[in-house]
Structure formats: structure tokens, C-alpha cells
Design a protein around this ligand. Structure first.
Ligand code: GLN
Length: 483
């Protein structure tokens, strides 16, 4: 049943052909069987899941509840969950139990979704491959020698391996779209400010945004509809009414203008990714869409701008992990300063330290104007490029990642190579736009390829509708790995 669409599961729950407790039990069994290989979960909350499922069954029996009531889900371990470990993939927080729920967790609880556990991730969401976790890498369910993508790789792998139908993720520079693409599922990062960051452990606050993973655009639409809305506890939460992202699912594609940025289709993507992307675009044309060439002339500056701004914000955000207010404290130390130094040296992994060093450097007196301010100016230019492009098209399409999933360990000694893998995703975060990735075929070694669709501000419903129409006419999203 876990492999069915949310709509089918919801109907079955109401027809009483399955109960929420049975669904949770099935999900837990799939995790138990698959997790030793995939390492998608850091924590499994069996008792909590069964109790929540019982409560969901009671709601359903009273004819209450909505489309997510009784649906098993997993949270990326960046979201604080009251009473359940929240590690953020780090030794620093390896024993942290949050006293409160993140806003997104509260909303999904209220919707009746049943949390089965917390998923593995790159430490503090820094990474593109999920190899930076203190708890070991997550493996791609399509080939366990390959990465699942990061940083929300645990969530994407859990959905791809049919351990849960839906999961949360966060996307600072691609961390929902990349793993969705590399694991052959659908994932959406909404417009900055639509999903509350309260209780979502901060990496780079002006870029971080929570979002949804599902096997289809329709499932993501149902999930994201329950996650968005104004939250006064997040100062960057937009004062908008909660939106129903299923509104455009039935809208036909006839006349849709898909912009193709010349810069995205120049050299850079591998031949197999290009072939799948082109085939998906041909399918869109067949369904009535027209493609137009657009230009994002500053897109090539997105990586350097992002890798100044994100570490700058991270260096500030991560200063709170000092062994006093939060986190790991060294067992032995001399004075107070030595305690800070040792605790942080022991608690953070190599990539996190690299980002803190880079961030501290670019914010330091003398370099602030040359790097940080310059990057902010580039950020503005990148956003203006998108604004100009959206005058000519309704959505923008392109690859999500330059290649299919690479081998575990293949790039881990070359951080710059790893950063370059974010070439198609980070500009979206710098501009604060919504974007999704959906399955679009397979490339080398039978590994999935995802197409990226970028929308204008608040274009989530349209984006999900476009992907849904594609999925009504193709079956890439229905293919599943043999795990
Ligand atoms: N790969 C990017 C980084 O390492 C993006 C990560 C993310 O979106 N959380 O910063």
C-alpha cells in the first residue's frame, strides 16, 4: 500500500481496506528491511509512529482528518521534533533532543501525518551527496555504490525505496531538487518565505527553505499544501494565506511557454542527462507546450556568489554550537576558550569547518566588501535575470544535476568539484524562486535523471500542475528501484 499514491491511500483508509496502524507497520517493516543497506534513517520512532497512527485511525473513524491523515512520513533530521533526537547529521548534535517541534512538524502532525523517523543528511545540510553525515553516507536505492544526492539524501532515498510515501527536505542551494533527481522521485522547494523556518536548524538563513518529497507532483502538492502559511515565529515568513497547491493540477499544458536558458544547455551536462532532458522537453511539446529560448547571463556567477554568501551566513549561524548553549562538549579542556575550541573541533566535521573558515574570512574586516558585498550584488543581478526571463515564459526548464548519481567517495576529496555540481540549482535559491525536480528518464548505468522546472515567485501550483500533466502521460515517476 505504501507504494500507492496519497489519494489512493487516503481512499483506502476511508474505505477501511487499510488502517493507519497497518500503514505505519508496513512502513516500519520496509525501513527495517532496507535501512541497513541504504542508511536513510538516523532515528526510527516506532512507538511514536504507532501511537500517532492509532490517533489517526480514531480521527478517521470519526470522519475527521484530511488528505494526509494516517499517511506515514519521514522528517529530514534538520527539523526539530519534540522528544525525538534531532542530529542535523552532526556529532555536535548527536544527543540533542529538542524541547519543541519545528513549525512544519507541528503542521504535518496537525494534518494527521504519522512520523516514522528522522532521515540522514549532510552535516548541517552542507553537501550535495550525503557523504558528509556523521552517521555515514546514505546510499542510492538504485545502486548502493552511488550517492543519493544531498543534503536531503536520506529523505529522497527513503521515498525512492518505498519506505515512506512522502518526506520533508530543505533546499539551500539544491538539496531537495538534487536528491530527488538522483533518486528518481519528485521534490519541490517553494518560494522563499512560504514555509516557516522555525525549528529548522539554520544553515544559511536567507537561502534555506523547507519543502516536500513525494513520488509524484500530485503527492508533493498535497504535502506542501499542509506545510505552508504564515508563521509569526519566523521573521522571514511571508504574510500570505495558506495556499492550496493542488489548484492547478488539472490545468492543460496547451500554450504553456517553457523557457530554456541558453546557459543551461551549453556545455556542462553529460550526454546521458542531455538526452533525457531533451526527451522530456519533446514530451512537453507533444502535450501542447511551446519552448522559447531565454538567457540567464549571470547564472555562471551563481556558484561563486553562493559559496560566499552561504558560508558567511553559516559561520554566523553555527557560532551557537559552543558546547554551552547547544551541542557536544569536549570531555577534557583547560580554560573556557579551550573548551570552546575543543568542543567545536571535535563536534564539527571537515566540510562544516571549511565553511566556517571561508565564511569567517569573507566577512572579516578588509575582505567584506571584496567578497560578501560583491556576492550580494551578484545575487541581485541573478534575480534580475530571472525576472527578465519570466517576461518571456511561464516556467523555466533545464537539468537538475550535470550527471547522474556518482560513486560514493568519487568526489569527496575535491570540494570544488562537488560545489560545481550545484551549477543548475543555486541561482534559484539566490533569487528565492520556487523550483521542482521530476523524474525524466534514466542515464548511464540505469540511474535516474531529473528535469528541473523553475517558476516565478508563488508559481508553485503552476509548477506542480505542469509536472502533474507530464506524469499523467509518462511513467518515469512510477519506476522503482529493486530494493
Ligand atoms: N550543495 C549545496 C551546499 O553544499 C546546497 C546544500 C543545500 O541545499 N542544503 O551548500
Amino acid at each position: 500500500m505504501i507504494d500507492s499514491s496519497l489519494k489512493e491511500i487516503a481512499a483506502a483508509l476511508r474505505a477501511k481496506t487499510v488502517s493507519a496502524v497497518e500503514l505505519a507497520t508496513e512502513s516500519l517493516a520496509r525501513i527495517e528491511a532496507g535501512n541497513p543497506k541504504i542508511n536513510a534513517f538516523v532515528t526510527v520512532d516506532r512507538d511514536g509512529a504507532l501511537a500517532a497512527a492509532k490517533a489517526a485511525d480514531a480521527r478517521l473513524a470519526a470522519s475527521h482528518g484530511g488528505p494526509l491523515t494516517g499517511i506515514p512520513l519521514a522528517h529530514k533530521d534538520v527539523f526539530c521534533t519534540e522528544g525525538v533526537l534531532t542530529t542535523c547529521g552532526s556529532k555536535m548534535l548527536s544527543n540533542f533532543v529538542s524541547p519543541y517541534d519545528a513549525h512544519v512538524v507541528t503542521l504535518l502532525k496537525a494534518a494527521g501525518a504519522v512520523m516514522v523517523g528522522k532521515t540522514n543528511m549532510d552535516e548541517f545540510a552542507m553537501g550535495s551527496s550525503n557523504e558528509n553525515s556523521h552517521f555515514g553516507p546514505t546510499r542510492n536505492p538504485w545502486n548502493t555504490d552511488k550517492v543519493p544526492g544531498g543534503s536531503s539524501g536520506g529523505s529522497a532515498a527513503a521515498v525512492a525505496a518505498r519506505m515512506v510515501p512522502i518526506a520533508t527536505g530543505t533546499d539551500t542551494g539544491g538539496s531537495i531538487r538534487q536528491p530527488a533527481s538522483l533518486c528518481g522521485i519528485t521534490g519541490i522547494k517553494p518560494t522563499y518565505g512560504t514555509v516557516s523556518r522555525y525549528g529548522m536548524i539554520a544553515y544559511a538563513s536567507s537561502l534555506d527553505q523547507g519543502g516536500a518529497f513525494g513520488r509524484s507532483a500530485e503527492d508533493c502538492a498535497l504535502m506542501l499544501s499542509a506545510m505552508n502559511g504564515h508563521d509569526p515565529r519566523d521573521s522571514t515568513s511571508l504574510e500570505r494565506d495558506t495556499e492550496d497547491y493542488t489548484a492547478d493540477l488539472a490545468r492543460p499544458l496547451a500554450g504553456l511557454r517553457i523557457g530554456l536558458p541558453t546557459e543551461f544547455f551549453a556545455d556542462g551536462m553529460s550526454d546521458d542527462v542531455r538526452a533525457a532532458v531533451e526527451a522530456a522537453l519533446a514530451e512537453y511539446r507533444k502535450l501542447g507546450a511551446v519552448t522559447v529560448d531565454v538567457s540567464l547571463p549571470n547564472a555562471r556567477l551563481a556558484i561563486p556568489a553562493y559559496y560566499v554568501i552561504a558560508p558567511a551566513e553559516a559561520s554566523s549561524n553555527l557560532s551557537r554550537f559552543d558546547g554551552v548553549r547547544y551541542g557536544h562538549r569536549a570531555a577534557e579542556y583547560g580554560d573556557l576558550n579551550d573548551m570552546y575550541c575543543k568542543s567545536r573541533a571535535q563536534g564539527f566535521g571537515a566540510e562544516v569547518k571549511r565553511r566556517i573558515l571561508v565564511g569567517t574570512y569573507v566577512l572579516s574586516h578588509g575582505y567584506y566588501d571584496a567578497y560578501y558585498i560583491k556576492a550580494q550584488k551578484l545575487r541581485r543581478l541573478i534575480a534580475q535575470d530571472f525576472a527578465a526571463a519570466f517576461a518571456q515564459c511561464d516556467v523555466i526548464a533545464g537539468p537538475t544535476c550535470p550527471t547522474v548519481a556518482f560513486g560514493i567517495g568519487e568526489k569527496s576529496n575535491d570540494p570544488v568539484q562537488m560545489y560545481l555540481g550545484d551549477i543548475y540549482t543555486v541561482a534559484v535559491n539566490l533569487a528565492g524562486l520556487p523550483a521542482l525536480a521530476h523524474p525524466a528518464g534514466f542515464g548511464a548505468g540505469g540511474m535516474p535523471v531529473g528535469l528541473q522546472l523553475i517558476g516565478n515567485y508563488f508559481g508553485e501550483a503552476r509548477l506542480l500542475g505542469v509536472a502533474h500533466q507530464f506524469q499523467q502521460n509518462t511513467d518515469w515517476h512510477a519506476r522503482k528501484p529493486a530494493v
